[in-house]
Design a protein around this ligand. Sequence first.
Ligand SMILES: [Ca+2]
Ligand SMILES: [Ca+2]
Length: 408
Amino acid sequence: MKEVKGSRGFALPTLLILLSAIAAFVAVKTLRTFGGFELRASMQTDKALQLARDALIAHAAWEDSSPGSLLCPDLNNDGAAEGTCAANVIGRLPWRTLGISQPLDGSGECLWYALSPGARSQLAPSLRGQSQPVLNPEPPAADHPYTPFTGELTLRDSTTRLGQKVVAVIISPGRALSGQARTAPTSGCNGGDASAYLESRDGINNAAGGPNFVTGSADTAFNDRIMGLTSDQLFAAAKARVLIELAGRGIPAKTGLRFLFGPSSIPSMSPSELQDPLSGYLKIDFLNPAVLRAFPAPPTPKADEKNVDPAIEVQEIDGCPHYVVTRVKLDVYGQPVIGTDGLPVREVRGSADGNYAVEWLCFNRWAERTQYTPIDPDGARLNLTGWQTEFSIASPPRLVRTPITPSP
Ligand SMILES: [Ca+2]
Ligand SMILES: [Ca+2]
């Protein structure tokens, strides 16, 4: 009994100490696990935002409307971008159209996305420099002013109180906060409108669709995290595409300057005649029929009873070519209208379908911002800030990065 008593007397404090130690261990472990969970969620959000941004940049570089233009958000929650969208709409990231696996933030939510109205790829290249911004971030030539494209959205950091111009924003909505009712997923993402996901801070409501957005540290009233896509990031990739289209593709050369220098171009041009002697930039007249033939043109449209003798013609807008479809004008009886010259009168039916490099190169003023060096006998070197390419009739363009060196 004594032994038992003695052992019980020893056991109780030991047990208490042991229990306290276990409690402390569990508390520390729980805190660590919770902290680790938060950290992992935050890293997952960063990863999703970066994947989305990279995919948008890659898509914009190969956008045929104008390199650097961006696709519309997904407005009906099916993962695919809408073909057209109004200015300042916000929707979900169109991950299916971007060709990536669905990026989810640290709380398992789909990402939201909004873009500059002037960056929408639905806008015809011929509107650039007219009613829509020129999609070119480089400072303009003195004789042809435009505003270098920096994006029309402003992303404010509520912590630093600094704002920056961005072309697009990608938003991690975070978990639902008090008052936000999200519905069950119907097609991959949870349902509900933007206000069920995005909040306001500093008088800026992220759910409003822009042009102002706000990011900052999370609390109980705000947990959106936004990554901006700057013009610099966007065009670092898009400029490489511009140089490839200018130089020309195919072996043997089928398009671009390489075609223009070659024997298939009638007349062919000599590399030395395309340099502006004063500025060293590329000097090319995109309205010159030989130059037009060096770039893909729309196919001749099909004829029917309303479209008599349809043809592709070039309309000049501000020194640039714009492809339109023309046809014979018909009177109310369906008979050709004859002009004073005795020939059928023609009318413009509308813009030709599709996007053509010769249009977006000209309307976005890329040639006049590209440094050009002829290389004998049939090649040249092109430079845009950050990129260089050399090519000849036989050699397709080889792209080399040219880092910006600090000025002395
Ligand atoms: Ca859609
Ligand atoms: Ca939120």
